[in-house]
Ligand binder design. Sequence first.
Ligand code: VTB
Length: 323
Amino acid sequence: MLTSSGLDRILTLELVRVSERAAVAAARLRGRGDEKAADQVAVDAMRSELNRLAIRGTVVIGEGERDEAPMLYIGEEVGAGDGPVVDIALDPLEGTTLCAKNQPNSLAVIAIAEKGSLLNAPDVYMDKIAIGPGYPEGTINIDLSPTENITRLAKAKGVEIHHITACILDRPRHAKLIDEVRATGAAIRLIGDGDVAAIIDTTDPEATGIDIYLGTGGAPEGVLAAAALRCTGGQMQGRLILDTPEKVARAAKMGVADPKAIYRAEDLASGDVLFAATGVTDGNMLAGVKFTKNYIETHTIVMRSSSRTVREIIAKHQDPDKF
Ligand code: VTB
């Protein structure tokens, strides 16, 4: 360990290779209309690179339960078997449909955290709300209406409501939410998939044009997005949607005692967290993988919660055979 507390700083840079490799593998299958194949190659690539890292890791947010995911399943032990004991949240291809259709914002994502510091979220929906850094604590509150949250955000930002853009997943379940947000005068960016990227986008509204994320998406993706926000600053709240006794029981088995609990980013991902994402397709923040005649170029964001350093790494891989 190089630091007196928390995770080894070197790991931050090592993590880049893991998301880079998954992104390159998936990018080879961009636009082929085959979600499964793109996901599978990303999983294989991420797993083999992860197993070279000097960690003793356990996947807590992964591809699914052991019986439904042959690799990177929840509970799988990964890493080279020496080094710190850590928990891992990953999504080798976040936005499989975006990749299959060659649309913006698919990513390879991984977060590493001190053992026990990530919410072991079941694969259910989570109601989410997120904004970037620089606003007073409590500017958003998941118990308030979308109208109130948007009004408070506009006030905190010092702009008219029509200068606020909300990002929402384009789903029938969001019809009411979309109507209400439009009625406030705010603009909406509707996305087909990829709410991890959407939440990260709120951290830099000047670059991405997105001020706030609202709506329900996957709970595992919520933990990944929270890990990123812990590193960049910003506020997020999430609540699991446990609308059947079966889901309540499944969540309880994973350690969720209060099915109605509201989790802040700090609760979803506490302790020291490292986060890396590499663009697969071009996105608002990250460029997608580029295949040129002589090299493969990747664009990765990598960050660490304890120092809040955010690095962007553009890598030229001159040895394509490695991928
Ligand atoms: C989100 C998003 C994912 O699923 O969590 C979303 O991050 C929500 O689920 O990229 P539904 O598709 O069931 O609405 C994805 O869009 C796909 O995994």
